[in-house]
Write a new protein. Structure first.
Length: 217
């Protein structure tokens, strides 16, 4: 017997939180998830998504992606209505892995700059090679997330914020074009399904992400 839609919501929510709980943005993500239903009920789905994109921080983009994937890929009912989108295809954990690897590149870049500043050129060259190898893997595996393409960048040119901005544009296009600027009944469906999904997401962030200090979404 197949799983109910409620079971699928719970499963997807759990897997998302399980992938996020050990990231440095976990607490901020938890705070944001807990506020999201109130934001939607008060301001509407469209305004809430606009808020997430205007903030543009990793935790805001991550929540936008998770909601988009739920509606376009995980929920068979809404998937049939709105259609599939390339940015949400693939393994559920791909997006989180993409985020982790961008941060690994930033860490290597920082280490490289410190080595060069300390005139440790040989060690710096090793870091540059490490960066280039990881960047090639990232480009080959995750180009589908960016129509702009992950073009080859030197370790000195790499700017992590630029990739978050490109990703934000891709997410905005799929969400606003298909979920916000649409027929009224589809917009209402989007709102209702998102609230049902966030109900599960809130339960799991409360259970799985520990509060260490206050964070604002």
């Amino acid at each position: 017997m197949g799983k109910t839609l409620e079971q699928k919501r719970a499963e997807y929510s759990y897997e998302c939180v399980n992938s996020i709980k050990d990231l440095e943005l976990a607490e901020k993500f938890k705070s944001l998830v807990k506020k999201a239903p109130t934001l939607i009920l008060t301001n509407g789905f469209g305004n809430t998504m606009a808020f997430l994109f205007s903030k543009g921080n990793p935790e805001h983009l991550m929540l936008a992606y998770i909601i988009g994937r739920y509606l376009f890929e995980e929920n068979e009912y809404t998937k049939n209505i709105f259609g599939e989108k390339d940015i949400y295809k693939g393994n559920r954990n791909d997006f989180f892995d993409f985020y982790k690897k961008l941060n690994e590149l930033k860490k290597i870049q920082d280490e490289y700059r410190n080595l060069i500043k300390s005139k440790k050129n040989k060690e710096g060259e090793n870091k540059k090679n490490e960066f280039n190898e990881l960047f090639r893997k990232l480009r080959d595996n995750y180009n589908r997330y960016l129509n702009y393409n992950l073009k080859e960048k030197s370790i000195d040119e790499f700017n992590i914020q630029a990739y978050f901005q490109f990703l934000s544009l891709e997410l905005q296009d799929s969400i606003f074009r298909n979920l916000v600027f649409t027929e009224t009944y589809k917009y209402i469906l989007t709102t209702e399904e998102t609230l049902r999904f966030l109900n599960w997401l809130k339960r799991f962030v409360d259970a799985m992400i520990e509060d260490k200090k206050g964070n604002e979404g």
